[in-house]
Design a protein around this ligand. Structure first.
Ligand code: UDP
Ligand code: MG
Length: 158
């Protein structure tokens, strides 16, 4: 089986609620290898690059919802003037699916309570978007694209 890499972000809700440690604990239970980690400042440019492929698609035909997603990942709704997320790269066999399974499905109300999103996520009643604590790449192509956005090659251990 091929060795894969995948990107995880501890989103601003996870950072504000000090859920980074608990989230990483669950990710570590996959026994995948952690090969990259850093605190990143989410600029408007970085947020829009990360979510570029979602703009105008699916639920994001609603432009307002997309702007809430951008504001959310920038930490605007979680009182972080430093706009921090924790970015991680996990590596190993079936890493993309393995991490997605630990993370759970997108809507925290549908996610199994055994998953990070199911245990800790919520729906923002005010703006209608999902505060689901962590991001995880959805497939191999997304993973390659996203790792390239958040990390320089030298920042990942081979
Ligand atoms: N999202 C949302 N409402 C939706 C769909 C997605 O608020 O109806 C948010 C949610 O935070 C999600 C992110 O947009 O994690 C990216 O959406 P995607 O469809 O890529 O879900 P994911 O891959 O994160 O499960
Ligand atoms: Mg996705």
């Amino acid at each position: 089986m091929a060795i894969e890499r995948t990107l995880v972000l501890i989103k601003p809700d996870g950072m504000q609620r000090h859920l980074a440690g608990l989230s990483i604990d669950r990710l570590e239970n996959t026994h995948l290898e952690l090969v990259g980690a850093k605190i990143a400042t989410v600029t408007d440019k970085l947020a829009r690059e990360h979510y570029a492929l979602l703009e105008g698609k699916g639920p994001f035909v609603d432009k307002k919802l997309f702007e809430h997603l951008i504001n959310f990942i920038k930490g605007e709704y979680h009182g972080d003037p430093k706009h921090r997320v924790l970015a991680l790269v996990y590596q190993g066999e079936n890493a993309v699916q393995g991490i997605r399974t630990a993370v759970g499905v997108t809507n925290p109300e549908d996610a199994s309570p055994d998953t990070i999103r199911g245990a800790f996520g919520r729906i923002c009643r005010k703006h209608g978007y999902f505060e689901n604590v962590v991001h995880a790449s959805g497939n191999l192509e997304e993973a390659a694209r996203e790792i390239n956005i958040w990390f320089k090659p030298g920042e990942i251990i081979d």
